[in-house]
Design a protein around this ligand. Structure first.
Ligand code: FE2
Length: 203
């Protein structure tokens, strides 16, 4: 009797399954990641990225917070500010995310995994997990960090109210060269003005 071979799951199938898994754990993170993908792509097109680079960035941006799958509910869904131990736990999501991407063994897995690992590094070296600074931080991670900040500040979260566009830009500029790459922030100024992701102004 003929038995057909089981179908191999493609990277697209696996990516969709990961998105569903993340959405089940944290529906808020899923929508946020999709907006970060859009903003990253707009910034990358402005910077003349190649198709290959756009592809790597898209996967890294989509899954930058996939490691939150491994964060316990009492931390992931805490409605107030973290205690120090909870914050240390939450910070693990970038390293867990790197492990998940490496396990996919997809094309460019190494670059995507490193981009996920370093998406909370700061330009001045004050971020995590490795306190990298400047251009030691992968460009994809610096782009995710910047667009992640814009979207996170823009929306209402349990610990702060939603902010308007000019207020968000003031906050991003107050961290220019500290958290954010000055060249990327300069480019982002132009990109966000034309983006559908731009939030309304005050007044
Ligand atoms: Fe993150």
């Amino acid at each position: 009797m003929h038995r057909s071979k089981p179908k191999q799951a493609s990277l697209t199938n696996i990516s969709q399954a990961l998105s569903v898994a993340l959405g089940v754990r944290d529906s808020h993170t899923l929508g946020h990641c999709e907006r970060v993908v859009t903003l990253c792509r707009e910034l990358a097109i402005h910077l003349d990225f190649s198709e290959r680079e756009l592809g790597i960035l898209a996967v890294a941006a989509q899954f930058h917070d996939i490691g939150k799958i491994g964060i316990p509910d009492n931390v992931l869904h805490k409605p107030s500010r973290f205690e120090p131990a909870e914050w240390e736990c939450m910070k693990q999501h970038s390293v867990i995310g790197e492990r998940i991407i490496r396990a996919l063994a997809c094309d460019h897995a190494d670059e995507i995994a490193l981009s996920v690992r370093h998406h909370h590094e700061h330009f001045d070296g004050s971020g995590y997990p490795d306190a990298l600074s400047g251009t030691q931080i992968p460009i994809y991670s610096r782009m995710i960090s910047l667009t992640d900040s814009y979207d996170a500040i823009a929306e209402t979260r349990s610990y702060h109210k939603a902010r308007k566009h000019n207020e968000i830009m003031d906050l991003l500029h107050s961290e220019n060269g500290i958290k954010h790459d000055p060249d990327l922030l300069h480019a982002f100024n132009a990109v966000i003005e034309k983006s559908a992701m731009r939030t309304p102004d005050i007044g």
